[in-house]
Design a protein around this ligand. Structure first.
Ligand SMILES: C[S@@+](CC[C@H](N)C(=O)[O-])C[C@H]1O[C@@H](n2cnc3c(N)ncnc32)[C@H](O)[C@@H]1O
Length: 445
């Protein structure tokens, strides 16, 4: 143990308690704790090495389930029986500290805190589970002082993407603020303090809510003036299958020179190219376009000829709001249906559609919606003839609406695209120009 582990150089040497934290993390926790002026909460104390130090400074409450796994028993023989409790070992290590240690032997997901018991610091090194962390922050939201500190392990790096994504959401919503420290960049701990909207933490039922709905932070999200947790959050949303939310967030990511490296690092780790190869490829194209404004292309009078060109048009066209609705699947831009439509439409089509509000009459046709949007339609309104419509078929965004044909208002659009011959066309009683496109084949995606 290093000399600096002994806070009071006059007192007996600190016991040699095994710990998982590396020296840099350990020093960081101690130095932040020295700045605090009240009770401390530690989630996941393990054998008590950090607890021992914290209890030199202030009263500490710890939360742990004290479950000693077989792998721990193999790595640290003689401490406890495999699959038994290591509480006794923990208590023996913190038996003689200047300030009391209160032990709560519970699962982190059962944690509750009395608002009247104030706290000055939380150190979280418990389960790598964003929901457990969120519950704890909600529970202590009133007890943590305005100057309080929140130290969370495993925020940076690739070990716990959900924790990184969640902390990013807290920063984006101004619930917390990052405290800059001089920690080295192999230290993966975030040091936070409550920020202007701290009380809002309780408005998020789950961590997942916060991760998918709050904006990205506009300033740095790691202590090295980078975007580590923002990039992690984009990938985390993608891994959950929330590609639309991920694209919407990517749209809002400030462009920084170092982020392509972060993307490469996390992309490799999350292996999206194996679990969802097409979407991962689309994501790569989008992030490249996003980071290279020179790649933006002007509106053309042709329907995107190459997949690459279509994806660029999609990226420049679709608003974050529409991505967020999860109604757009970018793979439709390279589907068979898209090719059928492109072959069938006359060369002047893109010019006709640009700047217009377009009604599409027929069954839901996502490829046609996308085609109209990338040709510059200001709005696409799918007047759907599917019967019955499911709840997910209804949509109202600035760029795209989906509604039953019965609700059509003919003064809403400038041009109608009819999928095959539609009897309903007459009922629309509109005198706008109509273009007919081939029917959707059941065999064509
Ligand atoms: C990574 S260790 C903490 C290491 C410690 N900070 C150190 O440096 O020695 C994680 C701790 O969280 C505890 N833990 C893990 N999952 C838990 C859960 N669901 N509820 C309560 N405690 C849990 C473990 O028992 C362990 O003590």
């Amino acid at each position: 143990m290093s000399d600096t582990a002994i806070l009071d150089k006059e007192s007996p040497a600190a016991p040699d308690i095994p710990r998982m934290l590396g020296d840099a993390d350990f020093e960081l926790v101690k130095s932040r704790a020295e700045l605090s002026n009240g009770p401390i909460l530690e989630i996941g104390p393990w054998l008590g090495a950090v607890t021992f130090e914290l209890a030199q400074i202030a009263p500490v409450t710890v939360v742990d389930n004290f479950f000693w796994s077989e792998s721990e028993a193999n790595a640290y023989p003689g401490i406890s029986e495999p699959n038994g409790s290591f509480r006794a070992a923990f208590e023996s290590h913190v038996a003689d500290t200047p300030h009391p240690v209160t032990t709560l032997e519970i699962d982190a997901s059962d944690f509750a805190w009395d608002d009247s018991e104030s706290l000055s610091l939380l150190f979280y090194d418990g389960p790598r589970d964003a929901e457990a962390l969120h519950l704890i922050l909600r529970q202590i939201s009133k007890a943590l002082s305005a100057e309080g500190q929140i130290l969370i392990k495993n925020v940076y790096g690739t070990r716990a993407p959900a924790i990184g994504a969640y902390v990013n959401a807290l920063l984006g919503a101004s619930i917390c603020e990052l405290i800059h420290t001089d920690q080295p960049n192999w230290c993966n701990m975030a040091v936070l303090k409550p920020s202007s909207a701290w009380a809002d933490i309780d408005s998020f039922e789950t961590a997942a809510d916060a991760i998918s709905t709050t904006p990205l932070p506009q300033s740095f999200s790691d202590p090295w003036f980078g975007q580590a947790t923002s990039v992690m959050r984009l990938f985390w949303l993608a891994q959950l299958g929330n590609w639309g939310a991920s694209f919407a967030q990517l749209h809002m990511l400030p462009v920084h020179t170092e982020s392509p490296t972060l993307f490469d690092e996390y992309e490799r780790f999350l292996r999206l190219n194996q679990t969802a190869p097409e979407m991962a490829a689309v994501f790569s194209v989008f992030r490249q376009i996003h980071h290279d404004t020179a790649l933006r292309i002007p509106t053309t009078d042709r329907i995107g000829e190459s997949v690459d060109l279509r994806l660029r048009r999609l990226w420049d066209t679709i608003s974050p709001e529409l991505w967020e609705s999860e109604a757009i699947d970018p793979r439709q831009a390279f589907s068979n249906r898209f090719e059928v439509l492109r072959a069938a439409l006359a060369s002047g089509f893109a010019v006709k559609v640009a700047g217009k509000s377009i009604a599409i009459l027929g069954p839901l046709d996502q490829a046609l919606e996308i085609l109209c949007l990338i040709c510059g339609a200001t709005k696409v309104i799918s007047l759907m003839t599917n019967d019955p419509l499911s709840e997910g078929d209804f949509l109202q965004t600035e760029q795209l609406a989906r509604q039953p044909v019965e609700d059509a208002k003919s003064d809403n659009f400038d041009l109608i695209i009819c999928i095959g011959a539609q009897e309903r066309l007459a009922a629309l009683q509109s005198d706008q120009e109509t273009i007919q496109v081939p029917e959707l084949s059941p065999n064509i995606a």
